[in-house]
Design a protein around this ligand. Structure first.
Ligand code: HAM
Length: 412
């Protein structure tokens, strides 16, 4: 995250603090690494994240550990380990956490990214589904990210989904040899993921495949309608996407992704998540419904830039001290210290550099004032104060109360 990106980063973090506050979330931070089993059990061992992307290593004690590839199982683990089931439910948690995935790096896809992650435990209420989607929506709006759509789907519950998966396999079986190698593997290991193929060879079949969202069980259909009703009432632009299956195994019912409208191939998904009512049990806990999402902060920054969001952040300091007087170094250093005590950001030019080079530094720094101390000024215990923002007015002032004079000028 280079310096130019930092104002964006700050704006995103500030936006996250504000929207999570508005929705009653509390912050949690989990470690950078966990037992690998937390993710193998939690995320699903036939997902790309676990099969291909997780960084796994053995520590000196022979434990298999993994760098966190996604936050949800880690936060569930913390919920169980720290008895959060006895807190008033639902428990709303958020984090911003470094995630590690051995992915093919490209713009917006990194081997380390940072995710804004929200999770709500202990409620099966469809309004909670709409609420987490609203958190994302509100954040994006705040950040100036426009023209995005929430793609919404439902994966039903596990039992009715089993029947659908059989139907999907029956549909694909006669065409197996026409599928990409990846999809052939998915057919055997994780058929739902057939609908997530980006391979050209799989597209035609995918379009015509039976759609789960069109044949939901009665409770899942009611849940789905309650979610869409709440989203519509909140003015959140959503579109039901019957092909949305997501890359993780734990989801049931609501799944969603937020995608820029101009992103045809859904490469730049800004955030995604869904409901995972069975995950806590998979990890050894009591039945505890849950729902959440993750949204990559680096992608949000790219999207803000695409939306023309800019920050006026040229300035590294308010005062730049230019000095070229024999023996004045300590006094210059003390003056800068006084200014900083007053809360005024100050940079000192490098001792021994020419006045001209230091003045160039002052002009580039974006500072409002240059304080210039040459031999003559130093002999008189004075400095020249030059206003770099105005017409370049300058005046000679005594060093003694220079710091407070500058503060008064800055506040004027
Ligand atoms: P995910 O879809 O794998 O879901 O990732 C969520 C978001 O993280 C993506 O939409 C994207 O913005 C960002 N992201 C993922 N991989 C990368 C990458 N390699 N480089 C940059 N950004 C990336 C999850 O991780 C789930 N834990 C979300 C969730 C929470 N579901 C329920 N609760």
């Amino acid at each position: 995250m280079l310096p130019d990106m930092q104002p964006y980063w700050e704006a995103v973090l500030e936006g996250i603090r504000e929207v999570t506050r508005l929705h009653g979330f509390r912050r949690i931070d989990t470690p950078a690494f966990e037992y690998a089993g937390v993710f193998e059990k939690g995320s699903g061992d036939t997902t790309d994240i676990i099969e291909k992307e997780m960084y796994v290593f053995e520590d000196r004690g022979g434990e298999r550990l993994a760098l966190t590839p996604e936050g949800t199982p880690a936060i569930c683990r913390a919920y169980l380990e720290h008895g959060m089931a006895s807190w008033p439910q639902p428990v709303r948690l958020y984090t911003t956490h470094a995630m590690f995935r051995y992915d093919r790096p490209q713009k917006g896809r990194y081997r380390q990214h940072t995710q804004f992650d929200c999770e709500v435990f202990g409620s099966a209420d469809p309004l909670v589904d709409a609420e987490v989607i609203a958190v994302l929506w509100r954040l994006y709006e705040r950040l100036g990210i426009r023209n995005v759509t929430v793609r919404l789907g439902s994966l039903d519950d596990i039992e009715p989904r089993r029947a659908y998966i059989e139907q999907l396999k029956d549909y694909y079986r006669p065409h197996l040899e026409k599928l990409s190698e990846d999809s052939q593997r998915r057919f055997a290991r994780n058929p739902l993921r057939l609908l997530d193929s980006k391979d050209e060879r799989d597209q035609a079949l995918k379009e015509m495949a039976p759609k789960l969202v069109e044949q939901l069980s009665t409770p899942a259909q009611a849940h789905h309608e309650a979610v869409t009703g709440a989203l519509a009432a909140a003015g959140i632009a959503y579109a039901v996407d019957p092909l949305l299956v997501r890359g993780l195994d734990y989801y049931n019912r609501t799944v969603f992704e937020v995608v820029p409208n101009d992103d045809e191939r859904a490469q730049g998904t800004l955030g995604g998540g869904g409901r995972y009512d069975g995950l806590m049990e998979l990890l050894g806990g009591p039945p505890t419904p849950g729902i959440g999402f993750g949204s990559g902060i680096e992608r949000l920054i790219l999207e803000m830039q695409k939306n023309g969001v800019t920050f006026d952040d040229g300035s590294v300091a308010s005062v730049y001290v230019v000095h070229r007087a024999e023996g004045a170094g300590a006094a210059v250093f003390a003056l800068a210290g006084e200014l900083r005590e007053l809360g005024i950001a100050t940079v000192i030019g490098e001792t021994g550099k020419s006045m001209k080079a230091q003045m160039r530094g002052a002009n580039h720094s974006g500072a409002r004032f240059a304080v210039i101390i040459g031999d003559d000024e130093w002999a008189a215990r004075q400095a020249v104060l030059k206003d770099l923002a105005g017409e370049g007015e300058q005046e000679s002032l005594p060093l003694g109360n220079l710091a407070t004079t500058i503060r008064a000028r800055l506040e004027a």
